[in-house]
Design a protein around this ligand. Structure first.
Ligand code: ADP
Ligand code: ASP
Ligand code: MG
Length: 444
């Protein structure tokens, strides 16, 4: 007998993994399993992924799998577009870069079928995964999970879905969701098929207090609140795409980050494997002041100097940048030495630096400034923790510790649950390690 079990029954409201009991009444659930690039890097690894999937199917679950392109593939496809023409059409970019996921979805379906698992591949347009028409960074608007759920029920068929891609219903053209977008495909599909949980299998066994490749002393978090994960991801921790965390939060979909490198057969599908559960704040018993540290080297600093200090100056600068779709992050304004003019310093993503410079210089007479300075060898280090809401002086401690290391702070921003400092890129690792130790995050 097939029994659908809602998340609370599976024990998820207590923040646990589904506990699927093996008593007389067989309890089953529905899972989305997402595998990133390194996990599907070659045919051997795809077979390994198929064994992970088979384990869950054998345990009785309905399974939808979301796959990324083989590692390095998307970078190669992106580079080919630029080589063909640096100013290429974004619609054709999407036609090219979406192909990586098409390959892995077909290959995984073949590997599953060869193990006797009923499986079928799906491209974004076949489901369809409807998105906006913002090519290269489209947003998912709607997914109809009916056909997938029908096939779970009637055939016990595993859906192997190409991540990262969708279709714009008006134009009928293929779109992609921005780099790292397969995470978002996975969480959106989990919501659409009413999954009990979305498992993100990757090359690390969970979310750490900071990137474990940079700070070996980082430790794995058993649980992290959506809010904290959202900040970590937005500030540069690429383990999850920001939008996937937003969707998880909106749909209250538990996301479990775990390793695809554990031997599939060693994992008890009814047990609790190592990993990190991203869940609502109420499910986390112990809140720390600082949860984690993120950093981003993809930053550029712009200073517009000696601007006549009158109302409307900020609008004259940031209006054209917004029109050009450039995201401005940290903003610092101060009065110049002469007391009559003002200086504005702000950051933009490094990839938008050229466009930002051109936009500002084109509006020079309108803004009325004397000097334009910039730096592209800067990075942003962010300290995140919901506990900051109720604790004072958390940031002040960091400024002193960075000063003691002779690290100069170029700009600071703060919000309720995080603060960020802009520093010279050369000091990134030192700053991250210093703050990691300062806030007691080092592994014992
Ligand atoms: P995938 O190809 O599976 O999507 P990604 O490379 O996109 O994997 O994301 C996993 C990587 O994220 C890890 O290899 C790790 O270096 C990096 N990372 C950055 N910050 C963190 C963090 N706080 N916890 C875990 N991994 C992190
Ligand atoms: N293959 C895409 C990328 O590399 C999407 C993903 O892996 O999530 O950005
Ligand atoms: Mg990724």
């Amino acid at each position: 007998m097939y029994t659908r079990v809602s998340a609370p029954v599976l024990g998820l409201s207590a923040g646990n993994l589904p506990i699927l009991t093996g008593n007389a009444r067989v309890v089953m659930g529905r899972l989305v399993m997402k595998f990133g690039g390194t996990s599907v890097a070659n045919i051997d690894r795809i077979r390994n992924v198929a064994r992970h999937v088979k384990r869950e199917v054998d345990a009785g679950h309905d399974v939808a799998v979301v796959v990324s392109a083989m590692s390095g593939k998307t970078n190669e496809l992106v580079a080919w577009c630029s080589e063909a023409s640096p100013m290429h059409d974004a619609r054709e970019y999407d036609a090219v870069v979406a192909s990586g996921e098409q390959v892995t979805s077909g290959l995984l379906a073949i590997a599953l079928q060869s193990m006797g698992v009923q499986a079928r591949s799906w491209q974004g347009w076949q489901i369809p995964i409807k998105t906006s028409d913002a090519h290269a960074s489209a947003r998912i608007l709607d997914i109809d999970g009916t056909e997938l759920m029908k096939r779970f029920k009637e055939r016990k068929e595993v859906a192997v879905i190409a991540g990262f891609q969708g279709i714009n219903p008006e134009t009928g053209r293929i779109t992609t969701l921005g780099r790292g977008g397969s995470d978002t495909s996975a969480v959106a599909i989990a919501a659409a098929v009413k999954a009990d949980r979305c498992d993100i299998y990757t090359d690390v066994d969970g979310v750490y207090t900071t990137d474990p490749r940079v700070v070996p002393k980082a430790h794995r978090l058993d649980k992290i609140a959506f809010e904290d994960m959202l900040e970590l991801a937005s500030q540069g921790a690429k383990v999850l795409q920001v939008r996937s965390v937003e969707l998880g939060m909106v749909h209250n979909m538990p996301i479990f980050v775990r390793s695809s490198f554990d031997k599939p057969e060693d994992i008890d599908p009814h047990g609790t494997p190592p990993g990190t559960l991203i869940c609502s704040e109420e499910e986390i018993m112990e809140m720390h002041v600082v949860t984690g540290i993120a950093f981003s080297k993809d930053e550029a600093q712009i200073s517009v100097r000696q601007i006549e200090d009158k109302p409307g100056v900020a609008a004259a600068i940031f209006g054209p940048l917004a029109d050009a779709n450039i995201n401005v992050d940290m903003i610092v304004q101060n009065v110049s030495e002469d007391g009559k003019t003002t200086d504005l310093t702000f950051t933009v993503p490094a990839s938008d630096y050229g466009r930002a410079r051109d936009t500002i210089t084109a509006a020079k007479s309108k803004i009325g400034y004397q000097r334009f300075d910039s730096a592209t060898d800067v990075s942003k280090v962010s300290v995140i923790g919901s506990g900051m809401r109720s604790h004072a002086g958390v940031a002040a401690k960091a400024f002193a510790a960075l000063a003691a290391r002779n690290i100069n702070i170029r700009a600071i921003t703060t919000s309720e649950i995080k603060f960020s400092v802009l520093i010279d890129a050369a000091y990134t690792e030192l700053a991250v390690r210093t703050l990691h130790t300062l806030y007691g995050l080092d592994q014992a």
